[in-house]
Design a protein around this ligand. Structure first.
Ligand SMILES: NC(=O)c1ccc[n+]([C@@H]2O[C@H](COP(=O)([O-])OP(=O)(O)OC[C@H]3O[C@@H](n4cnc5c(N)ncnc54)[C@H](O)[C@@H]3O)[C@@H](O)[C@H]2O)c1
Length: 342
């Protein structure tokens, strides 16, 4: 199907995720074209597609939003700015894909969705991991009954985030992640949304309750550096998840397991920003293991696949598979478990 012209995208916030994943992803799909960026930092603006003289680079949000033909905005700023920026973009009539967590509070997340509804524009949260090829295959395996009845999902998603953490080792970085006002919390608010969203996507059913214990174990900054979560899905399957900023990067720390009555699935290093990793099944009767091969052409940047899907839905006027209500439900689970309950 001919979908030309591509959706004309802009990015607000030109830091790590925008530079390393979002902007490159927009260059990987014919359905999207990056036309403008906005960031108060001249160096951050210059680092996005430095070879592209046609890219409009703005410090001022109104100038950015006035970019001719701009249709959709990808919000990639620190978390506390998601709400005001989404509200400004939607008032200007732009569709929005916003980084996770939706916002630092449930109240802000609800206001963002209300603003999009009032403006008649599309909103989605940019959970890239939904679109990882191994996760899409895993979702099919669950849906076709290959794993049998799922009894539990176990996730370990962790990293090493000292107070002076920087995405580029040795380079100074404003680590807003450990500032409660700008991040909305620590490891829990940063990392748990991924697992909560992904597990509900894979099982195609909601979590009905989630509880959490928090720790400030290794680092002295004023946010949690780890959390343990338990949850229950609608069907009765259980979730066990450990997220952490205090896990050395050399350890195995990105593991997703789905335990079923016919088979267990183990995905290693598939949670994150990049394609790759591995997916293995263990047969319940024989104990034999099977590697699930992902074809190289399927194993694309999960950001590119997500942006492509959102762009396709905009062009065709079809629903995005994950509506705002899905993301608000996840925000309610986070709030109920202890993150910024307001
Ligand atoms: N999906 C993922 O795996 C993933 C990975 C990393 C970050 N994220 C999310 O992406 C967002 C950004 O994280 P990051 O690591 O790229 O942060 P970062 O600190 O590297 O970059 C943030 C950028 O926002 C800019 N900024 C600040 N105020 C602004 C404003 N008013 N208008 C425009 N730009 C402004 C900063 O100058 C900076 O360049 C966060 O919400 C984070 O949770 C998601």
């Amino acid at each position: 199907m001919q979908l030309n012209p591509p959706v004309r995208w802009g990015i607000v916030g030109c830091g790590w995720v925008a530079r390393d994943y979002v902007a490159p992803a927009m260059g990987m799909t014919l359905l999207a074209r990056l036309v403008a960026v906005c960031d108060p930092g001249p160096a951050a603006r210059a680092d996005i597609e430095p070879w592209n003289p046609a890219l409009a680079r703005h410090a001022d949000l109104d100038d950015f939003l006035a970019t001719p033909g701009l249709e959709a905005v990808y919000v990639a700023t620190p978390n506390h700015l998601h709400r005001p920026l989404v509200e400004r973009a939607t008032r200007a009539g732009k569709h929005v894909l916003c980084e996770k967590p939706m916002a630092t509070t449930l109240t802000d997340a609800e206001a963002m969705v209300a603003a999009c509804e009032a403006a008649g524009v599309r909103y989605a949260t940019a959970f890239d991991q939904r679109f990882h090829a191994a996760h899409r295959r895993l979702r099919e395996l669950v849906a076709t009954g290959r794993l049998g009845e799922i009894t539990a999902v176990r996730i370990h998603y962790a990293c090493w985030t000292p107070a002076d953490w920087s995405p580029i080792a040795g380079q100074a970085h404003d680590n807003w992640r450990v500032d409660p006002a700008r991040a909305g919390g620590g490891a829990f608010i940063d990392l748990a949304p991924h697992g909560l969203d992904l597990s509900q996507v894979l099982l195609d059913e909601p979590l009905t309750e989630v509880r959490a214990l928090f720790q400030r174990r290794v680092f002295s900054y004023p946010v949690d550096d780890g959390a343990a979560l338990i949850g229950r899905f609608f069907s009765g399957a259980l979730l066990l998840m450990n997220v952490a900023y205090n896990c050395p990067d050399h350890y195995p720390r990105r593991t997703l397991e789905l335990i079923g009555t016919r088979a267990m699935a183990i995905a290693r290093n598939t949670m994150g920003q990049t394609p790759g990793g591995s997916l293995q099944l263990v047969d319940a009767r024989t104990g034999e293991t099977e590697e699930i091969a992902i074809a190289p052409e399927e194993d694309r940047s999960p950001f590119a696949v997500g942006i492509e899907e959102f762009s396709r839905c905009l062009r065709l006027g079809t629903p995005f598979p994950y509506p705002p209500a899905h993301d608000l439900h996840t925000m309610r689970l986070l709030a109920a478990a202890g993150a910024n309950p307001s």
